[in-house]
Design a protein around this ligand. Structure first.
Ligand code: ASP
Ligand code: MG
Length: 418
């Protein structure tokens, strides 16, 4: 049995759903298929949540209506003579969402976020499963909330492995069908309240499923040929990395390579399950493979960029040193505000950190830091990591840019640039 994961880009319109279905139908094996929300639906639902929480109800309702129409249009394009049952079900799903935003939100943004944003995956999987059944590939639709069990860290649910291991095999019984299709990104607490696993978390869902079901492989279907050594949109000449070790892949995702979610590797390494990254545009091509190899790759430079970084520098108010205790307090604050720290630099009297631009609460963080430190920050920076760097690679990619921070180890150099 294999696990396939299709992201938002692969199902962004009816043609995408047809292509996804063709890939699934051309593989006669037992398949577990994980599907994300269609196109940019998750972003749109995040906007709805923000508007709801901010009391902009008209905007929230309009947002919901636009997302509903987007899905209904896809259904219209997929089924020549329509599919009333599916259309009604989609309308119902979005009516429920509208009802939700008609009552005042709880005080917990993260909780509301999970309840609203998860709709994207519920609807997308319903559409893809219905279409597969329509084509005659018998597909069972499975609610991820029934088996992916998490704690109640909303927006970043932590997997309860014991419970998930117990419930998952009960949910994934193939019987007469050969495809079990489910949502990525979604889980549920013991009280059956929906949680999400962090943005782009569908890859992680695929890895959890593969681990528990002892799948032979996971394939992530993407709009790129495989894992590239640099972003083809930014670099003139790029290469595909054919084979990578798990370790290399973890390093790359940690530094910000967006092809795979950073949490994906751990459940796979544990059972040595290979991960393929392949193009849904050219499914016949072999793509990249991440597996249990000792050694890596041809040593060509690999460029990884993280955009929208903020460099925060804090200095003690009273001329004292930055000591272990103040660092520990600093980290507690970052963790409390759920900020992801991507780079750290320390000197006697200042401490600098680069973080992803947070979706919200940045002002609150700065305020909290200012209670203890003098705080400065720089916005709109780019964090560039080059693995296996050469001098040419460094010169080329930093040309004409202002370097705010630079860090070097034997294999890796990192720059915070503008
Ligand atoms: N739909 C979710 C997101 O866009 C999860 C995913 O795509 O993996 O973040
Ligand atoms: Mg997505």
């Amino acid at each position: 049995m294999k696990v396939f994961k299709f992201g938002g880009a692969s199902v962004k319109d009816a043609a995408g759903v047809k292509n996804t279905a063709a890939i699934i139908c051309s593989d006669p094996d037992q398949l577990i298929v994980v599907v994300s929300a269609m196109g940019k639906t998750t972003d749109a639902l995040v906007e709805v949540t923000k508007n709801y929480f901010a009391g902009n109800l008209e905007k929230a309702r309009t947002g919901i209506s636009t997302i509903k129409d987007y899905h209904l249009n896809i259904v219209k394009d997929l089924f020549e003579s329509g599919n009333e049952k599916l259309q009604n079900s989609i309308v119902e799903e979005f009516e429920a969402l509208t009802k939700r935003v008609n009552i005042p939100p709880s005080l917990n943004y993260d909780f509301e976020y999970d309840q609203i944003v998860s709709t994207g995956e519920m609807v997308s999987t319903e559409i893809v499963a219905t279409y597969l059944n329509h084509l005659g590939r018998i597909t069972k639709w499975i609610d991820a909330g029934h088996y992916i069990r998490t704690n109640d860290t909303w927006r970043e649910g932590v997997i309860d492995w014991e419970l998930t291991r117990r419930l998952l095999p009960q949910a994934f019984q193939f019987n007469e069908n050969t495809v079990c299709l489910t949502q990525g990104f979604i889980g549920a607490t013991n009280f059956n309240l929906t949680t999400t696993l962090g943005r782009e978390g569908s890859d992680y869902t695929a890895a959890i499923l593969a681990n528990v079901m002892n799948a032979e492989s996971v394939t992530i279907w993407k709009d790129v040929p495989g894992i590239m050594n640099a972003d083809p949109h930014k670099y003139a000449k790029t290469y595909m990395l054919e084979k990578l070790s798990y370790r290399e892949a973890v390093e790359m995702t940690y530094y910000g390579a967006k092809v795979i979610h950073p949490k994906t590797m751990k459940p796979l390494v544990e059972k040595l399950i290979p991960l393929y990254v392949k193009s849904f545009i050219h499914p016949e091509k072999s793509g990249s493979m991440i597996c249990d190899i000792d050694h890596p790759m041809e040593y060509i430079p690999v460029f990884i960029t993280k955009e929208d970084q903020i460099l925060i520098t804090v200095l003690p108010k009273d001329f004292s040193f930055i000591a272990e205790e103040s660092i520990s307090n600093l980290y507690k604050l970052f963790s409390k505000f759920r900020m992801k720290v991507n780079l750290v630099q320390q000197s006697a009297m200042n401490f600098s950190l680069a973080i992803d631009r947070p979706e919200r609460d940045f002002d609150l963080l700065i305020q909290a830091l200012s209670d203890h430190f003098v705080v400065h920050y720089n916005d709109g920076l780019e964090l560039l990591t080059i693995r296996y760097f050469t001098q040419d690679a460094v010169t080329e990619s930093t040309k004409g840019k202002t370097i705010y921070v630079e860090q070097r180890t034997r294999n890796t150099v990192r720059f915070l640039l503008k």
